[in-house]
Design a protein around this ligand. Structure first.
Ligand SMILES: Nc1nc2c(ncn2[C@@H]2O[C@H](COP(=O)(O)OP(=O)(O)OP(=O)(O)O)[C@@H](O)[C@H]2O)c(=O)[nH]1
Length: 299
């Protein structure tokens, strides 16, 4: 009788901004770790998630979306994304399958090929958002990707609805080396509660503000005191005083809304009451300041 060997290793998720990487990661992990917003380029740090099955353990790296890097922060984001590839056993290339207009895909073909050429391990393509793709378009879209690169496997999925995820997991696990379980099965991530709390605050800013404001903000947790309630002090950095005004809102209404919805979600995460204090500080051009980027784990 043969038994299935235990497999373990690293799968790095890469793909263009807004393809649904964070949604997929949260789905695979069964809890909210990466923040999800409809705005592109929300993910700045890499986040590790661990998916443990009966015969496998897959360590997932979520990477910032790959995109043309103009500013210092964007360059750092692409660098972080490319670095995580060096550690990977398999790469999950996640694209927005609902982008089915061929013209649109052609515009990105060269950019995709540029990234894919550098891959030294198998690349599995996940065609996400197929819930939005007319079914007659599925095969032509898959054919287009087949011509683009010799993917090890191609799996249509909907990260939002959870379809195709089991097949995708099987395809990824099949490409991990035989190896032991490195982490206990009840640990879904190595991200600290502190880090996730900062990400939740940032998510609320992304959801509640517009234009350049969310992209000009960063959240730093100044203190995180365990207790009942947990008391969290956080600073929101912005680049200009006009942005501070927007974040404060009329009579403090915007800041109150950010605080309220972030508090509720951090309470859910921690399973206890939370008192959240938020401060806003103007730091001119922080997105180009290496010291601040380092503090945010992007340096
Ligand atoms: N219809 C549909 N929408 C999806 C699906 N997966 C993700 N989305 C939506 O697409 C948007 C972007 O999702 P994210 O998970 O934040 O994307 P991301 O790739 O992590 O984005 P970045 O932070 O830019 O790297 C959100 O509005 C999601 O709800 C899907 O399978 N179907």
């Amino acid at each position: 009788m043969t038994t299935t060997p235990h497999r373990s290793g690293v799968a790095a998720i890469i793909g263009p901004p807004n393809a649904g990487k964070s949604t997929l990661l949260n789905h695979l992990l069964g809890q909210k770790i990466a923040i999800v917003t409809p705005k592109p380029q929300t993910t700045r740090n890499r986040i590790m998630g661990i998916v443990t099955g009966t015969s496998y353990q897959m360590i997932l790296l979520d990477t910032p979306g790959l995109h043309a890097a103009r500013e210092e922060m964007n360059r750092q984001m692409v660098r972080v994304a490319l670095e995580s590839l060096a550690e990977a056993d398999v790469i999950l290339f996640l694209v927005d399958g609902a982008d089915w207009a061929e013209k649109k895909r052609e515009q990105r073909a060269e950019e995709f090929q540029g990234y894919l050429e550098k891959m030294t391990c198998p690349v599995v393509l996940a065609l996400n958002k197929v819930d939005l793709l007319p079914s007659a378009q599925l095969l032509p879209v898959m054919d287009w990707y087949r011509r683009l690169y010799p993917f090890a496997a191609m799996v249509p999925i909907s990260a939002l609805r959870g379809t195709g995820i089991d097949t995708l997991t099987d395809e990824l696990v099949a490409r991990l080396p035989v190896g032991p379980q490195y982490y206990p099965e009840d640990i879904p991530t190595d991200a600290s509660e502190r880090f996730i709390a900062a990400e939740i605050i940032r998510e609320k800013i992304f959801l509640l503000t517009r234009d350049e404001v969310p992209y000009s903000t960063a959240v730093i947790i100044d203190s995180f005191e365990e207790g009942e309630p947990v008391v969290i002090q956080a600073t929101i950095l912005v680049e200009r005083s006009s942005q501070k005004g927007i974040l404060v809102g009329q009579k403090g209404s915007m800041l109150a809304a950010i605080r309220k919805s972030a508090t509720r979600e951090i309470e859910q995460l921690l399973g206890c009451r939370v008192r959240l204090h938020l401060w806003i500080k103007v730091r001119k051009n922080w997105t180009g300041n290496p010291a601040i980027l380092r503090e945010l784990g992007l340096g």
